[in-house]
Design a protein around this ligand. Sequence first.
Ligand SMILES: [Zn+2]
Ligand SMILES: [Zn+2]
Length: 487
Amino acid sequence: MRAAWLAALAALSATPAFAGTLTLTGVMTGADHQTFREVPFRVPAGTTAVTVEFAYTGKDEKSAIDLGLRDPQRFRGWSGGNKARFTVTETWATPSYLPGPLPAGEWRLILGVPNLRKDGRAEYTAKITLNDSPVFHGFAEAPLKSGLGWYRGDLHLHTGHSDGSCAGRTGQRVPCPLFRTLEAAAGRGLDFVAVTEHNTTSHHQALAELQPLFGDLLLIPGREITTFRGHMNVLGVTAPLDFQLGAPRAPSLDTILDQVAAAGGLASVNHPGLPSGEVCMGCGWTAPTGDSRIQAVEVVNGAISSGPLSGIGFWEARLNEGRRITAVGGSDNHDPALAGDRAVGVPTTVVHAENLSQDAILAGLRAGHAFVDVQGSPDRLLDMTAEANGVTARMGDVLSLGPGKDARLRLRVKGAAGGRLVFRADAATRVLEPRTLAGDDETVDLAVAGAAGRHWLRAVVVDADGRPWLIGNPIYLDGDQAAASAP
Ligand SMILES: [Zn+2]
Ligand SMILES: [Zn+2]
């Protein structure tokens, strides 16, 4: 007895404390049959995620080792023999485990031994990863689809975790389960969604639970930072963020944007053209606009795709200030049962990305490699590239022209027969003539003249009445730079 106590004490004092990977190994024998063993490890202050990967030998002899977890203060869950890997964070955890603060100190892996034969032996290895970064790379462990391509998604959705509602079984309005919204998105064939509840993170647990079920729909954690001076989506972050703009916690937008940047998130201004007042408190954007940490703007919110209430005016004003800022769309759907122009996936943001993973989709959005499909079609395409000096730039890129040089522009438009291709540009750039799209898959080649300074040029496909179908991001033409670059 005394020897066991001394051994436990020795193990305790030997437990290291660091962010990184820690491997705990041990042996169970027949003497451990139907007993529990608690294996200590130290979690340092500032840890943001604890991931355990567990393996053991002897399964062919019916040896079994079950798994659970305690933090210094409380029981954190038990997965028995049903999970070989799990993660616990402040806002979400693998099912079987409880999310919540990760207190520094001695944690314990609980090992239960339901069966080990008298002469049996099982060697276990627990690889424990202690992460100290707030950057989150996604609920999926690997890309859901591989390969460079266009991926379609909805970047603005609410469920019962904020003010989303739907009809319950007896007809009353109820806070709508997040699952319903994901079903609606999957039903439209979307590749990704960002669920963006107002200021809260309570939906992250549901996203973590549902990602495996929705194996072809990437679930991006989002938040609509909802302030009295405007609304802003933050995408890809699970860490807590302040939202009380004007209060001591967030005296200025800088405080929030610093946190977003530290967490590797993408900040996107929502519906900046809406009025702000008693109809919709804080809906219009009256906070500062010049910050380069704001990387996107929602130009289409639900059915509002043009006119003064859309985000187009706000976006073009930023482009004219010389900013590179990506136009996106979001349905802002609050009820997954809605159809038509209020449905989940209307509009869709279509992103050119390396693969279907959170990091790749956010990188594509930051780069501006995206267009908005206003009606959320399954397959419309608006691709624009520009070539000069042997370099090809995609929408969102800067193309260096050099003084007096032309760029060759190529557009490919699919699924828009009968529509018209029109161009918008800053005041100094010659706007190209519009043209009618006769076929369902059209390629258009044009030349655009360079001018001194930096300029933007973007393409839009509109219907016969001038309503937009497809809104492309600009290519930025730099007439001063002779050196080729397409960052
Ligand atoms: Zn809003
Ligand atoms: Zn919203």
